[in-house]
Write a protein that binds this ligand. Structure first.
Ligand SMILES: Nc1nc2c(c(=O)[nH]1)N[C@H]1C(S)=C(S)[C@@H](COP(=O)(O)O)O[C@H]1N2
Ligand SMILES: [Mo]
Length: 252
């Protein structure tokens, strides 16, 4: 079967059973095709599964909307973070020269990138909207290296399915599937609106993923782990978000 007709068959199947006999049946079909998110248990699980599976089948390669320069928000809103502490202040005083983004897990060549190393990779930018689940948003230009290129350098094994990313703030960690990790708009961002990324907005390095809600855009990122299984991270739900009652897949 061609890829297109296979997709059409699965999406039609998902839509039909979702309408006819409820979300649980659709979730079973998604399972057969490996399109199950890590937070698929519990009362919202079948809904989460249907959302994720349908998104993956229909919009895997679609792009988040990009805006024109004149639409950049005059006053971007920096969501407050808990105090970053003395160790972070030392990094800040040293202009982040000692900051490292460690990349490990299911990769042939684990590595630790300095901010300068990341800046030496291809530079990409987009003018996109960041949207918080609490309702506010702003538009900014984000500049960074494609996450796909960072991954390319460490050579993920073919069985890699997710990238887990961790903040200097230990309680902030997220993960995305390889479709989002390799998506051209997913950046390891180091600049914003033409300037260095301010600390309030996640500097020195932040994952900027415009296809997902604000909380997936982790600030102060210092570790990426490539894996085929999210069970061994935290409570096994894929990220900090579902542990706090939010969806793992926060696609917009
Ligand atoms: N490390 C870290 N990353 C974080 C947060 C945080 O508190 N700490 N807040 C998240 C949430 S809930 C949102 S909506 C966005 C806010 O991004 P902004 O400060 O650029 O508006 O960052 C996300 N990334
Ligand atoms: Mo948020």
């Amino acid at each position: 079967m061609s890829e297109i007709s296979r997709r059409r068959l699965i999406t039609t199947g998902l839509a039909t059973v979702a309408g006819a006999s409820g979300l649980v049946a659709a979730a079973k079909l998604a399972k057969r095709y490996g399109l199950v998110p890590p937070d698929s248990g519990g009362i919202y699980g079948p809904g989460e599964t249907l959302t994720y599976a349908a998104q993956r089948l229909l919009t895997r390669h679609s792009k988040a909307r990009e805006f024109s320069r004149s639409q950049i928000s005059a006053k971007p809103f920096a969501n407050e973070v808990t105090p970053l502490g003395d160790e972070f202040k030392l990094h800040q005083q040293g202009r982040f020269a000692e900051w490292r983004l460690a990349v490990d897990g299911m990769v042939a060549r684990p590595a630790a990138f300095s901010v300068a190393d990341i800046k030496r990779l291809s530079e990409r930018s987009h003018i996109t909207m960041i949207q918080c689940e609490e309702g506010w948003s702003y538009i900014a230009e984000w500049i960074g290296a494609p996450l796909s290129e960072v991954l390319e350098r460490v050579e993920p094994f073919p069985q890699a399915r997710y990238v887990v990313y961790q903040s200097f703030q230990r309680e902030w960690w997220e993960s995305i599937d390889m479709a989002d990790a390799l998506h051209p708009q997913t950046l390891v961002a180091y600049a914003m609106n033409g300037d260095e990324l301010p600390v309030a907005f996640g500097g020195p390095l932040r994952v900027r993923i415009p296809r997902q809600l604000g909380y997936k855009n982790v600030k102060y990122v210092n570790r990426l782990t490539v894996t085929d299984n999210l069970k061994r991270f935290g409570k096994g739900l894929g990220s900090a978000a579902p542990e706090a009652g939010y969806a793992w897949f926060a696609g917009i």
